[in-house]
Design a protein around this ligand. Structure first.
Ligand SMILES: Nc1ncnc2c1ncn2[C@H]1C[C@H](O)[C@@H](COP(=O)(O)OP(=O)(O)OP(=O)(O)O)O1
Ligand SMILES: Nc1ncnc2c1ncn2[C@H]1C[C@H](O)[C@@H](COP(=O)(O)O)O1
Ligand SMILES: [Mg+2]
Length: 207
């Protein structure tokens, strides 16, 4: 049997390890505050934070050929191929499955197709946290972050492309999951702790 890890007495497929995992999608525009809120969720609830952007940047930092290709795409503010990012998330989930209380999937899905493929290959989310902020606020935050982040996409030209793509490709994801009744919107114009209070209410309401 492929894709299997064997112990002394039982065989557990890699997919089985995450099939019943608690999954929370964290979606919002670039610079809306997804990563900031995820850090606070980790501290309070002990969930595992997996940011698709961070996973991609790790690959870029490795200097691999694949990392170089990814860097070129991200620098332009475009989306990397679906299979690449989904495989990275799945591998990271499996690696943490034995110790994880639940997964925060930050920055994914970026388009409806990504959500559909995630559900086919991994499982269904129980909540979509929608971190909402105005375009103007997001641009200001990213320009400020760009002074120290070292992120090659935190510059005016790429920020504009990331924002355009967010409105075109990612906002439909929110409508898609609203149809399922699992979207909880938080107002990320507010100070971080006030946003987190709304986030906590949404998480505490989960069974
Ligand atoms: N509620 C807030 N009020 C003020 N500043 C905030 C707030 N939330 C986040 N920030 C700051 C922290 C960062 O410097 C910047 C972007 O936040 P961050 O959490 O990194 O966004 P993000 O993860 O959604 O962006 P990206 O999509 O680019 O990864 O804004
Ligand atoms: N889910 C994703 N699909 C395609 N491309 C992605 C995804 N998550 C991140 N990326 C690429 C494209 C983004 O502009 C950069 C940075 O992501 P971020 O969430 O802002 O850290 O990575
Ligand atoms: Mg982030």
């Amino acid at each position: 049997m492929g894709n299997t890890c064997t112990t002394d007495s039982i065989s557990i497929s890699r997919d089985d390890k995450i099939k019943d995992a608690k999954i929370i999608f964290v979606v919002g525009g670039p610079g809306s505050g997804k990563g900031t809120q995820c850090e606070k969720i980790v501290a309070k609830y002990g969930y595992t934070h997996l940011s698709s952007g961070d996973l991609l940047r790790i690959e870029v930092a490795s200097g691999s050929d694949r990392g170089k290709q990814l860097q070129a795409i991200m620098q332009k503010g475009e989306l990397v191929p679906l299979d690449t990012v989904l495989d990275m998330i799945k591998d990271a989930m499996i690696a943490k499955a034995d110790v994880s209380k639940g997964f925060l999937i930050d920055g994914y899905p970026r388009e409806v197709k990504q959500g559909e493929e995630f559900e086919k290959k991994i499982g269904k989310p129980c909540l979509l946290l929608y971190v909402d902020a105005k375009a103007e606020t997001m641009v200001k935050r990213l320009m400020k972050r760009g002074e120290t982040s070292g992120r090659s996409d935190d510059n005016e030209e790429t920020i504009k492309k990331r924002l355009d793509l967010y409105y075109k490709a990612t906002e439909p994801v929110i409508s898609f999951y609203e149809g399922r009744g699992i979207v909880r919107k938080v107002d990320s114009e507010l100070p971080v702790d006030e946003v987190f209070s709304q986030v906590s209410t949404a998480i505490d309401a989960l069974k």
